[in-house]
Design a protein around this ligand. Structure first.
Ligand SMILES: C[S@@+](CC[C@H](N)C(=O)[O-])C[C@H]1O[C@@H](n2cnc3c(N)ncnc32)[C@H](O)[C@@H]1O
Length: 216
Protein backbone atom coordinates (compact mmCIF):
# COMPACT_ATOMS: atom_id res chain seq x y z
CA UNK A 1 0.00 0.00 0.00
CA UNK A 2 1.27 3.43 -0.78
CA UNK A 3 0.31 7.06 -0.51
CA UNK A 4 -3.10 7.79 0.91
CA UNK A 5 -3.82 4.05 1.37
CA UNK A 6 -0.76 3.49 3.55
CA UNK A 7 -1.27 2.13 7.04
CA UNK A 8 0.92 1.47 10.04
CA UNK A 9 0.52 -1.41 12.43
CA UNK A 10 1.78 0.86 15.26
CA UNK A 11 -1.63 2.06 16.43
CA UNK A 12 -3.84 1.40 19.47
CA UNK A 13 -2.24 -0.71 22.22
CA UNK A 14 0.63 -1.82 19.99
CA UNK A 15 1.31 1.82 19.10
CA UNK A 16 1.31 2.94 22.75
CA UNK A 17 3.54 0.10 23.90
CA UNK A 18 5.84 0.47 20.90
CA UNK A 19 6.20 4.20 21.52
CA UNK A 20 7.35 3.49 25.09
CA UNK A 21 9.68 0.60 24.19
CA UNK A 22 11.23 2.49 21.28
CA UNK A 23 12.10 5.30 23.71
CA UNK A 24 13.54 2.96 26.35
CA UNK A 25 17.00 1.57 27.19
CA UNK A 26 15.92 -1.69 25.46
CA UNK A 27 17.18 0.01 22.30
CA UNK A 28 20.75 -0.28 23.53
CA UNK A 29 20.23 -4.03 23.74
CA UNK A 30 18.77 -4.15 20.21
CA UNK A 31 21.81 -2.33 18.84
CA UNK A 32 24.23 -4.52 20.78
CA UNK A 33 22.56 -7.70 19.51
CA UNK A 34 21.83 -6.74 15.91
CA UNK A 35 24.32 -4.05 14.94
CA UNK A 36 25.04 -0.39 15.52
CA UNK A 37 23.77 1.09 12.26
CA UNK A 38 21.59 3.75 13.89
CA UNK A 39 24.45 4.91 16.15
CA UNK A 40 26.61 5.22 13.03
CA UNK A 41 23.82 7.04 11.22
CA UNK A 42 23.50 9.48 14.11
CA UNK A 43 27.25 10.11 14.20
CA UNK A 44 27.27 10.77 10.46
CA UNK A 45 24.24 13.07 10.61
CA UNK A 46 25.42 15.05 13.61
CA UNK A 47 28.93 15.55 12.27
CA UNK A 48 27.72 16.96 8.97
CA UNK A 49 24.59 19.00 9.71
CA UNK A 50 24.59 22.79 9.94
CA UNK A 51 22.88 24.29 12.99
CA UNK A 52 20.07 25.64 10.80
CA UNK A 53 19.54 22.41 8.84
CA UNK A 54 16.13 20.98 8.03
CA UNK A 55 16.03 17.21 8.53
CA UNK A 56 13.17 14.88 7.64
CA UNK A 57 12.90 11.81 9.91
CA UNK A 58 10.74 9.33 7.96
CA UNK A 59 8.81 6.95 10.25
CA UNK A 60 10.11 8.90 13.24
CA UNK A 61 8.28 6.83 15.87
CA UNK A 62 8.71 8.30 19.34
CA UNK A 63 11.81 10.25 18.32
CA UNK A 64 14.75 7.86 18.50
CA UNK A 65 16.61 9.81 15.82
CA UNK A 66 14.58 13.03 15.81
CA UNK A 67 15.28 14.16 19.37
CA UNK A 68 19.08 13.77 19.45
CA UNK A 69 19.26 15.50 16.06
CA UNK A 70 16.91 18.29 17.20
CA UNK A 71 19.06 18.84 20.29
CA UNK A 72 22.03 19.73 18.03
CA UNK A 73 20.13 22.26 15.89
CA UNK A 74 20.11 25.86 17.09
CA UNK A 75 17.78 27.19 14.41
CA UNK A 76 16.91 24.23 12.24
CA UNK A 77 13.98 21.83 12.35
CA UNK A 78 13.40 18.12 12.34
CA UNK A 79 10.27 17.31 10.34
CA UNK A 80 8.95 14.17 12.01
CA UNK A 81 6.71 12.12 9.71
CA UNK A 82 4.74 9.15 10.96
CA UNK A 83 1.24 7.71 10.51
CA UNK A 84 0.82 6.68 14.14
CA UNK A 85 -0.97 9.08 16.53
CA UNK A 86 0.47 7.17 19.48
CA UNK A 87 4.05 7.59 18.25
CA UNK A 88 3.60 11.28 17.46
CA UNK A 89 1.97 11.90 20.84
CA UNK A 90 4.87 10.29 22.68
CA UNK A 91 7.35 12.19 20.51
CA UNK A 92 5.60 15.46 21.41
CA UNK A 93 5.77 14.68 25.14
CA UNK A 94 9.45 13.77 24.94
CA UNK A 95 10.25 16.89 22.91
CA UNK A 96 8.42 19.09 25.43
CA UNK A 97 10.22 17.56 28.41
CA UNK A 98 13.58 18.23 26.71
CA UNK A 99 12.71 21.80 25.69
CA UNK A 100 12.87 20.83 22.00
CA UNK A 101 9.33 21.61 20.80
CA UNK A 102 10.55 24.60 18.78
CA UNK A 103 12.92 22.34 16.83
CA UNK A 104 10.27 19.71 15.97
CA UNK A 105 7.54 19.78 13.33
CA UNK A 106 5.25 16.73 13.56
CA UNK A 107 3.50 15.62 10.38
CA UNK A 108 0.98 12.80 10.38
CA UNK A 109 1.32 11.43 6.86
CA UNK A 110 2.51 8.41 4.88
CA UNK A 111 6.25 8.55 4.27
CA UNK A 112 5.67 8.20 0.53
CA UNK A 113 3.15 11.07 0.31
CA UNK A 114 4.23 13.54 2.98
CA UNK A 115 2.48 16.62 1.57
CA UNK A 116 5.67 18.61 2.20
CA UNK A 117 6.95 21.27 -0.17
CA UNK A 118 9.57 20.34 -2.82
CA UNK A 119 13.24 20.75 -1.87
CA UNK A 120 12.61 21.59 1.78
CA UNK A 121 15.12 19.29 3.52
CA UNK A 122 18.91 19.19 3.76
CA UNK A 123 18.85 15.60 4.91
CA UNK A 124 16.43 12.67 5.15
CA UNK A 125 17.06 10.10 7.87
CA UNK A 126 15.17 6.95 8.73
CA UNK A 127 15.68 4.07 11.15
CA UNK A 128 13.94 0.68 11.18
CA UNK A 129 11.29 1.72 8.66
CA UNK A 130 12.15 0.32 5.23
CA UNK A 131 11.17 -3.26 6.10
CA UNK A 132 7.64 -2.05 6.99
CA UNK A 133 6.96 -0.40 3.64
CA UNK A 134 4.91 -2.06 0.91
CA UNK A 135 6.41 0.28 -1.73
CA UNK A 136 9.93 1.38 -0.75
CA UNK A 137 10.51 2.80 -4.25
CA UNK A 138 7.63 5.26 -3.81
CA UNK A 139 9.08 6.29 -0.45
CA UNK A 140 12.60 6.99 -1.72
CA UNK A 141 11.18 8.94 -4.69
CA UNK A 142 9.21 11.08 -2.23
CA UNK A 143 12.34 11.64 -0.09
CA UNK A 144 14.26 12.70 -3.20
CA UNK A 145 11.49 15.18 -4.05
CA UNK A 146 11.60 16.84 -0.62
CA UNK A 147 15.42 17.00 -0.53
CA UNK A 148 17.21 20.10 -1.70
CA UNK A 149 19.57 19.55 -4.67
CA UNK A 150 22.75 18.07 -3.18
CA UNK A 151 20.82 17.03 -0.06
CA UNK A 152 21.71 13.73 1.57
CA UNK A 153 19.91 10.64 2.76
CA UNK A 154 20.99 8.31 5.58
CA UNK A 155 18.96 5.17 6.20
CA UNK A 156 19.40 2.41 8.73
CA UNK A 157 17.38 -0.80 8.78
CA UNK A 158 17.63 -4.53 9.25
CA UNK A 159 19.80 -6.48 6.81
CA UNK A 160 18.42 -9.67 5.33
CA UNK A 161 19.93 -12.47 7.42
CA UNK A 162 18.44 -15.68 8.76
CA UNK A 163 18.03 -14.01 12.16
CA UNK A 164 16.33 -10.85 10.90
CA UNK A 165 13.99 -12.79 8.58
CA UNK A 166 12.91 -14.81 11.63
CA UNK A 167 12.44 -11.65 13.69
CA UNK A 168 10.36 -10.05 10.91
CA UNK A 169 8.06 -13.06 10.59
CA UNK A 170 7.62 -13.16 14.38
CA UNK A 171 7.05 -9.40 14.73
CA UNK A 172 5.07 -8.66 11.59
CA UNK A 173 3.37 -11.96 10.65
CA UNK A 174 3.56 -14.16 7.57
CA UNK A 175 3.03 -11.19 5.24
CA UNK A 176 6.21 -9.48 6.48
CA UNK A 177 8.66 -8.12 3.92
CA UNK A 178 12.14 -9.59 3.95
CA UNK A 179 14.59 -6.84 4.82
CA UNK A 180 16.97 -5.60 2.11
CA UNK A 181 20.43 -6.96 1.48
CA UNK A 182 23.30 -4.59 0.61
CA UNK A 183 22.84 -4.92 -3.17
CA UNK A 184 19.06 -4.56 -3.04
CA UNK A 185 19.17 -1.35 -1.05
CA UNK A 186 21.92 0.09 -3.25
CA UNK A 187 19.81 -0.68 -6.36
CA UNK A 188 16.73 0.91 -4.80
CA UNK A 189 18.61 4.17 -4.25
CA UNK A 190 20.39 4.13 -7.62
CA UNK A 191 17.16 3.40 -9.51
CA UNK A 192 15.54 6.34 -7.71
CA UNK A 193 18.29 8.60 -9.11
CA UNK A 194 20.48 9.07 -6.04
CA UNK A 195 24.23 9.32 -6.49
CA UNK A 196 27.28 8.54 -4.34
CA UNK A 197 25.35 5.53 -3.03
CA UNK A 198 27.13 3.68 -0.25
CA UNK A 199 25.50 0.79 1.60
CA UNK A 200 27.45 -1.01 4.31
CA UNK A 201 26.50 -3.97 6.49
CA UNK A 202 26.57 -3.54 10.27
CA UNK A 203 26.17 -7.18 11.30
CA UNK A 204 22.39 -7.81 11.06
CA UNK A 205 21.69 -4.23 10.04
CA UNK A 206 22.49 -1.91 7.15
CA UNK A 207 23.50 1.70 6.82
CA UNK A 208 22.90 3.49 3.51
CA UNK A 209 24.06 6.94 2.49
CA UNK A 210 23.45 8.75 -0.79
CA UNK A 211 22.98 12.21 -2.25
CA UNK A 212 20.42 13.87 -4.50
CA UNK A 213 22.18 15.21 -7.61
CA UNK A 214 22.74 18.95 -7.22
CA UNK A 215 21.78 19.65 -10.83
CA UNK A 216 24.96 21.54 -11.79
C1 LIG B 1 9.80 0.21 13.83
S1 LIG B 1 9.20 1.83 14.03
C2 LIG B 1 10.73 2.79 14.07
C3 LIG B 1 10.53 4.14 14.69
C4 LIG B 1 11.79 5.02 14.82
N1 LIG B 1 12.35 5.33 13.54
C5 LIG B 1 12.79 4.36 15.72
O1 LIG B 1 13.87 3.96 15.25
O2 LIG B 1 12.49 4.24 16.91
C6 LIG B 1 8.54 2.23 12.43
C7 LIG B 1 7.74 3.53 12.44
O3 LIG B 1 7.37 3.85 11.10
C8 LIG B 1 6.02 4.22 11.06
N2 LIG B 1 5.49 3.85 9.73
C9 LIG B 1 5.41 2.61 9.19
N3 LIG B 1 4.93 2.68 7.94
C10 LIG B 1 4.70 3.99 7.69
C11 LIG B 1 4.20 4.71 6.57
N4 LIG B 1 3.86 4.09 5.42
N5 LIG B 1 4.09 6.04 6.66
C12 LIG B 1 4.44 6.70 7.81
N6 LIG B 1 4.93 6.08 8.90
C13 LIG B 1 5.05 4.74 8.84
C14 LIG B 1 5.36 3.45 12.19
O4 LIG B 1 4.18 4.06 12.62
C15 LIG B 1 6.46 3.46 13.25
O5 LIG B 1 6.36 4.57 14.10
Amino acid sequence: MAGRDAVTEWTGRKGKLGAILMASPVRGLEEALLGRSSARLMKHALSSLAEDAVVLDAGCGSGYLSLPIASKLREGTVICVDLSDEMLEKLGKRARSRGLLARIRSVKAPVDATGLEDAVADMVVSNNLLHELRDPHAAVMEWKRVLKPGGRIALSDYRSTRLTRLIMRHGHGAEANDPFDVEGLASLLEEAGFEDVLVVPCRNKLLAQAAKPDGR
